[in-house]
Design a protein. Structure first.
Length: 263
């Protein structure tokens, strides 16, 4: 499906009925990453919405600047378009940064929050420099620059060896992303806010999902979120890396559905 949202064509999937669950993909990915959840959540009685953020997947990739604020504004406009007043929102990696922004700026639109292989703190100086360099290189050389940087970070070592079809599928999503979207996403993440000291201000049912073999957002990042947000649940996915929902979908879906049913 597609809709004009904040002046761009935004692609999204919307399946099932019941309480709305909005899942936000990570970088440099797209909504296709949630296909194991589309097999599980609608069957369990939930309405699942998964958009491609501007610049990614099948959504428009306009010239920048992009920002986490803008990504969040787009998602609220999508909820408005769909007539959804409140949703449980889950964000993976960069999607988690957007989720923090939504919690701060649009708290009344969320009935629950699920932080998936993400972190609360902002980039340090070295991280910001690396994001800027990558953004410049991707505009010059194309998406392969990003793939070379991210492919090894996204999966557990076992998955890289034993799941070549899955790795190849995700590789295709990354190389198919518009360079403007990739650069825009990198610069948006570079300028994102640090939420470490604000965690205890979020009064909402919350879940932090980490992965035992995540190299991009190590398990302690999920622990920091869970210990900071009052009452936040914590779940670790075994035999999985940063792409936990794809690498071990059974364990991931069990964890997510248990949380959704508790709200």
């Amino acid at each position: 499906m597609k809709a004009i949202i904040n002046g761009i064509s935004m692609a999204y999937d919307d399946e099932g009925s019941g309480e709305a669950v909005l899942l936000i993909h990570g970088f440099p990915l797209c909504r296709k990453m949630w296909h194991p959840q589309f097999n599980a959540l609608p069957a369990a009685g939930f309405r699942l919405i998964a958009p491609d953020l501007r610049g990614f997947g099948e959504s428009d990739a306009p010239d920048g600047p992009y920002s986490i604020d803008l990504f969040a504004d787009d998602l609220v406009a999508l909820l408005d378009h769909l007539g959804i007043e409140k949703a449980v929102v889950g964000g993976m990696s960069m999607g988690g940064y957007v989720l923090f922004n939504l919690l701060e700026r649009y708290p009344r639109r969320l009935s629950g929050a699920c932080f998936i292989t993400t972190r609360a703190h902002a980039d340090d100086a070295a991280g910001k420099a690396q994001r800027l360099q990558l953004a410049q290189e991707v505009m010059k050389f194309g998406p392969d620059v990003i793939v070379d940087s991210f492919e090894q970070l996204l999966f557990a070592g076992e998955s890289l060896i034993e799941r070549p079809k899955l790795v190849g599928e995700v590789y295709g999503w990354m190389t198919g992303t518009d360079s403007r979207g990739l650069a825009g996403g990198l610069l948006a993440m570079r300028e994102r806010k640090d939420y470490t000291d604000l965690l205890n201000s979020f009064q909402i049912p919350a879940l932090a999902i980490g992965a035992e073999e995540d190299r991009a957002a190590p398990p302690e990042k999920a622990r920091e979120i869970a210990s900071g947000i009052p009452g936040c649940r914590l779940c670790f996915i075994p035999r999985a890396g940063h792409m936990a929902n794809l690498e071990n979908p059974g364990a991931f879906n069990d964890c997510l559905l248990e949380f959704l049913r508790s709200i």
